[in-house]
Every structure is written in structure tokens, then in C-alpha cells.
Design a protein around this ligand. Structure first.
Ligand SMILES: [Zn+2]
Length: 275
């Protein structure tokens, strides 16, 4: 298991906005990841494009110092069609190949709120077809294709981890990216997350602290928190997945620079205790 940078911390996010040249912004990202002590970088196109104004078609070669993964995230909504999926995924595959990335992760289709059962069914079929096609391409490549465990049925195609597992069981080659924060917030305990997923083809974790909805937490403050600011038992979680080779744990933490640094330090300590 290694730890990977996603968010860079609030102060760093502000600072990068004041850096004029794109080359200097890439160098800044590199320096930030090195100074935190990350072994990898988990690149989310939306964050890099909108916040950092970086073109991920041109990642500098020196980023090969890090293990790289691409978090394509949520493309899918009710207006998407097969061609939209294909164009976007073709682009991702090109970026992953060019930069020796070892995983591309996707969200299940989202924004299903308010759709009829028939509409959901047709999105489900479209998603199946897309995975059929792109997984077979990924399996011939040097990287994995993974699906994130977003299972809040109101927003995402899958309603609960049961439903998610039903889908991925059709695809033994498909990777799984576990969003610990979202699943915990939705009411799954650490033990349940492990029970549902530890024997699946897990490739990565999205790590951040969380509180449970059932105990009155709201989504904004109850997810993506710095480690120690919620109630997730990370010793349990990391232990449950520590046996997986080359597993990435990407810190999806929305916090100050200090919060990101503290989270990584605590996770390193936990990891050293359990291996
Ligand atoms: Zn996530």
C-alpha cells in the first residue's frame, strides 16, 4: 500500500492560483507532493483543469518519480450517450498510457435522482455496454480500470453495496476503488466495508475521515474530513486491505495544508503498526 496525493490543501490551492506559468504550476504540484511525503499522485482531471488550470494531456516527464493514477470520476449523467462515454474514455486511456499510470477509476452513472425505473434501466444497460468495451481494452493494457463504490441510490445508479457487488461480480477483471468516507457516511461500518469488498479486485482506496448520517452528520461536514476529525477506525480499514499489492490510498481530504500533512502522518503511523 502506498499513499497518494489528491487534494493539495487549502493554502496550496490558493497559492497555485497566483502562479502565472503552467510549467511553474506543474513544478509546484510536484514540490507539494514531495514535501508532504506522498509516494503517488492521484490525478483528478476536474481539479487539475478548474482549480490548477493544468492540461493533463501535458503532464511533465519528471512526474514519473511518482506512482500515478487517473481518477476520471463522474462523467455520467442522464444526457450521456454511448459516444460521449467513448470519447471521454478514449482520452483517459491515452493519458494513462502516455504517463505509465497504473489505474483509471470511474464513478457509476450519477444524477439518477427523479428518473423513472425505465430510464434507470436504460442507463444501467448503457453503463454495462461501456464497461464491456473498455474493460476488455484495459485488460490488454498495463493499467487497471476501476469502479468507485458510490452507492447512495438517490444520486448514483447503485443503491447500496449489495447492488454494487452484484454489478462488479459480472466483471472479475474490473477493479474496485473504495470510497471509505462515502460508504461510512452512508452507514456502513468498517467491518461491513471489509466484508463486502475485501475479497474483490480492489485497486485503491479514497481515504478521508467521516461521520455517520445515521448519527445526524450532514454530507458537507461529515465526509472528506482530515484524519482524526471523524470517527473512522483507520487501523481497521487499512488492515482489511493491507494484503493487496500496489494498492493506492488517495487522500481525498478537503482541509488546510496542516490537515493534509497531519492525515498523512497519522496514516503512515497506522500503516507501520499493521505491516
Ligand atoms: Zn471518492
Amino acid at each position: 500500500m502506498y499513499f497518494s496525493m489528491d487534494e493539495i490543501g487549502f493554502e496550496n490551492t490558493e497559492k497555485i492560483k497566483s502562479i502565472a506559468s503552467e510549467a511553474d504550476r506543474w513544478q509546484f504540484i510536484y514540490n507539494v507532493a514531495k514535501s508532504y511525503g506522498f509516494g503517488g499522485i492521484h490525478i483528478t482531471p476536474k481539479l487539475y483543469k478548474n482549480e490548477f488550470r493544468l492540461d493533463i494531456n501535458n503532464i511533465p516527464d519528471y512526474f514519473q518519480d511518482f506512482k500515478l493514477t487517473l481518477h476520471f470520476g463522474g462523467l455520467y449523467n442522464r444526457t450521456a450517450d454511448r459516444d460521449t462515454f467513448d470519447v471521454a474514455l478514449a482520452q483517459c486511456f491515452e493519458i494513462a498510457t502516455k504517463n505509465n499510470m497504473h489505474d483509471i477509476s470511474l464513478h457509476p452513472c450519477q444524477s439518477v435522482y427523479g428518473l423513472s425505473e425505465d430510464e434507470k434501466k436504460s442507463i444501467y444497460e448503457l453503463f454495462h455496454k461501456t464497461i464491456d468495451k473498455w474493460l476488455s481494452i484495459a485488460l490488454k493494457s498495463t493499467f487497471s480500470l476501476s469502479l468507485e463504490t458510490h452507492v447512495s441510490g438517490k444520486y448514483f445508479l447503485f443503491d447500496g453495496l449489495n447492488d454494487f457487488v452484484k454489478f462488479i461480480d459480472h466483471y472479475p477483471g474490473l477493479g474496485v476503488l473504495i470510497d471509505v468516507s462515502h460508504n461510512y457516511y452512508d452507514g456502513y461500518s468498517e467491518d461491513e466495508i471489509i466484508k463486502f469488498l475485501a475479497n474483490k479486485n480492489v485497486k485503491g482506496l479514497h481515504i478521508s475521515d467521516a461521520l455517520q448520517k445515521l448519527k445526524g452528520a450532514n454530507f458537507e461536514t461529515g465526509t472528506h474530513a482530515a484524519v482524526g476529525d471523524g470517527s473512522v477506525d483507520f487501523e481497521k480499514v487499512l488492515k482489511g486491505f493491507a494484503h493487496i499489492p500496489n494498492l493506492y490510498s488517495a487522500l481525498e481530504i478537503k482541509a488546510s495544508n496542516e490537515g493534509v500533512a497531519r492525515s498523512l502522518k497519522l496514516l503512515h503511523e497506522v500503516h507501520q503498526r499493521i505491516v
